[in-house]
Design a protein around this ligand. Structure first.
Ligand SMILES: Nc1ncnc2c1ncn2[C@@H]1O[C@H](COP(=O)(O)OP(=O)(O)OP(=O)(O)O)[C@@H](O)[C@H]1O
Ligand SMILES: [Mg+2]
Length: 245
């Protein structure tokens, strides 16, 4: 099933044409890597999908419904989650608190006083960590003390609590040590097994080839290649990115 469809999406910033008619599709359970040089338009494209920017032209459909120009909250409610490169985690709080950051479940003390339902946070957080198969010491561990890869797992577990159908990840492996990269790639494969669509923005082609079903290359705001990973090579993708083709 086609989950997300972009049809001729355009975005301008004054004189800069950041997106010049981008057309692409993502299926449920498909990992699509989005590659391209600095300034190619990758972040702009993601922010246009998530509603941070309103496209100047073209259409965006999700599960067959037009979502063009909807507000970020409405798009999120449809099931699109974005994990930003900085992860936006509270380093001094523990794993469980981070998974529910900003939307802690509340219970009423004596039926009136609102209180954060810490027990529910912990059981739910543990459920998400298990669902993902993430390797975390405990949900009580302070996030700032976790490794980069473990912090990435917390951000993914957090996204899972929204029950997303599509997860967009911006450079999830850029800051990671080699051993941790494999762990994050395994989490991405787990999302695919759960039939979640994934858009992976990455400059690291080894990671892209290790996990992506399809590779879409952007150059100067245009899709210049859209191929099955198994049908292309790293050399070919590099040539697309730098414009040698
Ligand atoms: N808010 C903005 N205002 C003006 N111009 C912008 C804005 N955001 C992006 N641009 C321009 O749009 C183009 C695409 O930028 P974008 O950030 O989408 O590239 P990118 O592919 O994400 O690059 P990188 O790999 O460096 O993150 C660039 O020319 C950039 O200068
Ligand atoms: Mg970017």
């Amino acid at each position: 099933m086609t989950l997300l469809e972009l049809d001729g999406v355009q975005k301008r910033f004054g004189a800069v044409e950041a997106l010049r008619g981008v057309t692409l599709a993502v299926d449920a359970g498909e990992v699509v890597a989005l590659v391209g040089d600095n300034g190619a338009g990758k972040s702009t494209l993601m922010k246009t999908i998530t509603g941070v920017y309103r496209p100047d032209g073209g259409a965006i459909r999700f599960e067959g419904q037009d979502i063009t120009g909807l507000e970020p909250g409405a798009i999120r409610a449809r099931g699109i989650e974005m994990i930003y490169q900085d992860l936006a985690l509270a380093r001094q709080q523990d794993v469980a608190a981070n998974i529910f950051l900003g939307r802690e479940p509340v219970r009423r003390l004596l039926g009136v006083l609102p209180m954060i339902d810490r027990r529910r946070i912990e059981t739910e957080a543990l459920r998400m960590v298990r669902r993902l198969g993430a390797r975390l010491p405990s949900v009580h561990y302070e996030v700032g003390l976790l490794s980069g890869g473990q912090q990435q797992s917390v951000a993914i577990a957090r996204a899972l609590t929204f029950d997303p159908k599509l997860v967009i990840m911006d450079e999830p492996t850029a800051a990671l040590a080699v051993r941790e990269v494999e762990h994050v790639l395994e989490l991405i494969r787990e999302l695919r097994r759960q039939r979640i669509g994934v858009i992976l923005i990455s400059h690291r082609l080894t990671d892209v080839f290790a996990v992506a079903d399809r590779i879409v290359a952007l150059r100067q705001g245009m899709v210049i290649a859209d191929e099955r990973a198994a049908a292309t090579t790293m050399q070919e993708v590099v040539a697309h990115i730098v414009g040698a083709h």
